[in-house]
Design a binder for this molecule. Structure first.
Ligand SMILES: Cc1cc2nc3c(=O)[nH]c(=O)nc-3n(C[C@H](O)[C@H](O)[C@H](O)COP(=O)(O)OP(=O)(O)OC[C@H]3O[C@@H](n4cnc5c(N)ncnc54)[C@H](O)[C@@H]3O)c2cc1C
Length: 536
């Protein structure tokens, strides 16, 4: 019974965004009919309680500061000016449904209510918008998939530029390069590439945006084989801060090319990514969920065995510890980039009692089963620590943090966290093509640990931001204790996971000075300053 209760809470949090029906998920996890019925009854009770809580808390949950306000006349004039001058752009105001679609984020704490949203569909229009924004010095935002958990990184109270009309996927004749629009989610890209039997180095879970992922680094299921997303970009179409459209490649503008590989919106707005494509067959993999706490150490042993013995770049594992209010679960997502994996590759994980199954499927179908945690209406933050070695001590600390936080979450409404370790091969930096995010082949490869905290109430924001920092510090201390060099360049934090208070040198190390000088050369008037994000 306890197991089923745990199971349906897990289903609730992890599969909602994947838009799977409850029965689909049960079938996926090989549950018996009796288990499904029993689980459904408990699920209904759980939903009832949640609805009751939602009604009683409804008013306090919506933060007054983020409700739409009366639009400032000056901002409204600017929105109207964009409407008149940018002919291939639509402008929306609240309460138009398109306005709300444009400002949607993965975590509600990242959403602000702008004066208007603008949806350009050509690079020329982005250039016109950029010039209007520059002349008027208004706050603005550039949003791709809206998965940044840092407030104001892709949201604003001024002019919100939603890139969703940039949604082309163009496969070039040789099947080796692909143009991808920055308004897409990775799911759309994989779907478009499937009939061509090719793929690109993109996001690992459903719903992540192409733009932020690729502009921040991009850890993928294919990183052991091909490096990060930024190592697979051939060129960018970029609208620079002064409104010029440039094709950025390593030959045309080497400095910009370097900066865009990790530098987000510092150098302007990207309107197209040209990416390397790789052949894609069906893949083998799935999600295994472990709910028996007595067996967690066995799972840890299997993880460490995989870390020590896997030498096959086609095999990858993502290991997540998930404390929720009052309970702890452990799941491992296993991926093999071929229709079958060699028998021994995942044997140790399969031999421990679990729910879920590994099977042969399309790449897109695999990505859709990977769990995603924060869902509609929840608040959240990410943070990260990079380790040079996922030592036993580091894994033990992840487990400790999980148990510790699960106990603490009892006093908070509907809170949970996840700690995800990513044991890449020690050779994965070899594929590096350089860039703003330091991942040079001559350095020891970094293994980012992804921390994610999620909660319901705005009043709890400060508490959880502090907690996520404390957890990251504790994990880092465990890494240092085990001999990791405390030199900052060896502890680079991955910008796509980093909390907004993270310093530039903690993310970009020795590259900061060069990035600042590139920014100065291309954004002499600091046009990009009124938009959020890490700024060089
Ligand atoms: C569930 C989940 C799973 C994740 N899994 C992974 C993973 O497996 N690997 C990984 O590496 N990361 C992962 N991430 C992190 C993810 O890569 C970042 O959150 C990323 O920034 C999201 O991109 P986005 O376009 O959705 O975000 P947005 O919030 O839209 O944008 C993020 C930043 O990019 C800027 N930006 C957006 N579009 C443009 C543009 N066209 N031009 C210039 N700047 C632009 C924005 O202004 C903002 O500063 C995950 C995040 C979540 C929530």
């Amino acid at each position: 019974m306890k197991g089923i209760l745990r199971f349906h809470l897990k289903v609730h949090f992890q599969f909602k965004v994947a838009k799977k029906s409850y029965l689909d998920v049960c079938t996926f996890l090989n549950m018996t009919k009796k288990q499904v019925m029993s689980s459904r009854i408990q699920w209904t009770i759980h939903i009832g309680v949640l609805v009751l809580i939602s009604f009683t808390n409804a008013y306090s949950i919506i933060p007054a500061a983020t409700k739409p306000k009366r639009i400032d006349n000056n901002l409204k004039d600017i929105c109207e000016s964009i409407k008149n001058k940018a002919r291939h752009t639509q402008v929306f105001y609240s309460p138009d449904p398109n306005y709300f679609e444009d400002i949607k984020h993965y975590a509600i704490s990242s959403t602000q209510y702008p004066a208007c949203t603008v949806e350009p569909s050509t690079a020329d229009d982005v250039a016109i918008i950029m010039k209007i924004v520059q002349e008027n010095r208004v706050p603005f935002a550039v949003k791709g998939g809206g998965h940044s958990a840092n407030p104001l990184f892709s949201s604003t109270i001024g002019v919100h530029i939603a890139m969703r009309r940039f949604s082309n996927v163009i496969v070039h004749a040789d099947n080796q390069t692909v143009d991808v629009g920055p308004g897409l989610f990775w799911d759309d890209v994989y779907k478009a590439l499937e009939p061509h039997n090719i793929n690109v180095v993109g996001g690992r879970v459903s719903g992540v945006g192409v733009a932020g992922f690729t502009l921040g680094g991009g850890y993928s299921w294919k990183s052991n084989q091909f490096g990060l997303a930024i190592d697979n970009v051939i060129g960018y179409e970029l609208v620079t801060p002064n409104g010029t459209i440039v094709d950025v490649t390593n030959n045309s503008y080497p400095d910009l090319f370097f900066g865009l590989k990790g530098g987000f919106n510092n150098f302007g707005i990207v309107t197209n990514f040209r990416l390397h494509a790789h052949p894609q067959t069906q893949v083998y993999g799935g999600l295994l969920v472990y709910i028996d706490e007595q067996r967690f150490d066995d799972v840890l042993k299997a993880v460490m065995d995989f870390r020590d013995n896997n030498k096959d770049p086609k095999a990858q594992a993502l290991v997540s510890f998930t404390p929720q209010t009052g309970l702890v679960t452990f799941d491992v997502t296993l991926f093999y980039d071929a229709p079958r994996a060699p028998d021994d590759t995942f044997k140790k994980f399969i031999n421990i009692p679990h729910m879920g199954t590994l099977k042969t499927r399309s790449f897109l179908s695999f990505v859709k089963v990977v769990p995603i945690y924060v869902t509609d209406g929840r608040r959240g933050r990410f943070h990260t620590v990079s380790v040079t070695n996922l030592t036993d001590r580091v894994f033990q600390e992840l487990k400790n943090q999980t148990i510790y936080n699960a106990a603490k979450f009892d006093s908070k409404l509907d809170a949970f966290a996840s700690f995800t370790a990513e044991p890449f091969l020690p050779t994965y930096f070899d594929k590096s093509q350089g860039g703003a995010y330091p991942h040079c082949p001559s350095t020891t490869p970094l293994l980012p640990i992804f921390l994610q905290f999620s909660w319901r109430l705005p009043a709890d924001d400060d508490y959880f931001v502090n907690e996520i920092k404390l957890s990251a510090d504790a994990i880092l201390q465990a890494a240092l204790y085990n001999g990791q060099n405390s030199n900052a360049t060896k502890q680079i934090r991955y910008p796509n996971y980093a909390l907004d208070s993270t310093t530039l040198s903690e993310m970009y190390g020795d590259n900061v000075a060069r990035l600042q000088s590139i920014r100065k050369a291309w954004d002499t008037d600091s046009v990009m300053n009124p938009t959020g994000g890490f700024k060089f």
